[in-house]
Design a protein around this ligand. Sequence first.
Ligand code: HEM
Length: 523
Amino acid sequence: MNATTVPDYLGLTTQIHLVTTRNDIFSNGPISTLVLLLLRIRLSLIVLGVGALFTLYSTQKTNTLHFRHFDGRKLQLLEKDTRYLRFSHGRELSKEGEERCGDDPYLVKNGSKLELVLFNPTQVRDFFDKDARDHRKKPDANMGQYFLRSLGQCVGVQNGERWHKTRRHLEAHFSAPECASMILDFQSALDDWAEKLPADFAANSTTSDGFFVDSVEACRQLPFRMIALSLYGDMLTEEIYERLWDLNKIHEKVTEHTFFGTWENMPFYRYLPTAANRALKDYQHGWKEFNLHVITEARKTGRQCRAESMFGTVESGELTMDMFLQSLDEALFTNIDVTSAQFAYSLINIGRDPTTQERLLAEVRSLYEEDISVANFVRREDTFFHKTYLEILRNNPPVWFSLPETTAVEKRIDGFLIPAGTTVIIDTQRLNKTSPIWGENGHEFCPRRWYHITKQQARYSFLEYGMGPRKCLGKNVANVIIKLFLVTVIREFEIAAGNEITRIKRDRFTCIPEQVVMFKKRR
Ligand code: HEM
């Protein structure tokens, strides 16, 4: 046998060895050859057998240690499937985890997969310690095929070098200075909203005190318009905006199928003539056409448009069309409920706290009296205003359980040995409200607490824009638009909200509140 005929995947040494061995066998008589062959086969079988036994032993040994504490106790498993419950019944699931498993982390089922739930700062620190850079996101976020088809290429689920590359290209457009340059456009959208709001909702239920509006309805389109402005800039005419809003209506159906669909997630489903498939196809077609149209027009007219600059990376072959379109989708459509929820909770939180409102009003007034630029004001972190903003984020995380992320190495989390590749989700509400640093009143809205807590102290107790290297791409945009929203609301209106527990909508993947608030125009 010639060494060159041995396939490439064998190493050079093995090739030489093989050649020599074969030559030896064939140089002897047939009997000795047979004996030698039998000996070799027996030897190989013994080696294989010992290897298999060793592997079996070592796996069993590690398996029995995995998910066990130093003291031998095992992690508990909540038996029910949480694939949908985590979105529709986050509060109940969190409570059950707490009642059944106490202070220990615990496992939940997500379809056929197991996920580890963490909720206190020690656990979260252990999870991110040392291997955070190598954590991985699941391409289907453990949600199945429909997610993979609609968002499987977006920046939020990419990993490794691919993620670094996409992130680098997009990030430049959402830096803090870029966002500061958007402030005038944002403010004009807000002024327009504040002016029209009374007329838009006055017919609903107006009393001598003011008018009553559902907190989400009051600003339903506002964050959408502001994020669209950050992407399309001067190209966002009313006509273009209307086309985007129409696409958003189709996208809402896609989101519903993505997060709550059942059959949709089966591998064969894509070939069926169903409403969910039609919605995805219509949306994907419309979204691509829309972006190509806007980009072409921006180039013809020379108008400023960030999506147009981002598209350069598709033309240079650095991002694929799907990566580009799905990342823009993630920023605009998929994230819209997240940002809307923060707007609505801002109204609810300050509506329940007249003292905070008074203090905010004094700061906002001084801003205008002392002629401080709004850009400077929203950048400052030493104001009561900033503490209120942090408290709104702490008090109202956008999703009850974070999206799955896997460990890269075997590690101890809160004393339990967790194997590499374990999928982890964080109970964000429990972390943000019950971590010891929040004290007895962790469930209350209390901006003052931020005078005594440093960023370093809050590091593993406060999940707002994500932890570890996978932080929110839009955090600078969100920071600016939420703060500008607060400035405008405080300047223009007095807000009141009842003290009953706010219900959360069950048909969304985000924590969307159901709560009416009262607006009264300031004189
Ligand atoms: C208050 C509003 C927002 C909050 C609380 C928020 C929160 C988050 C969180 C927690 C993550 C990490 C998710 C994970 O671990 O998988 C994330 C990722 C992301 N967010 Fe936001 N977000 C907000 C607004 C926005 C906005 C306005 C945009 C777009 C302009 C945006 C774009 C993104 C993108 C693209 C990612 C994926 C980043 C990556 O993996 O590289 N977000 N966001």
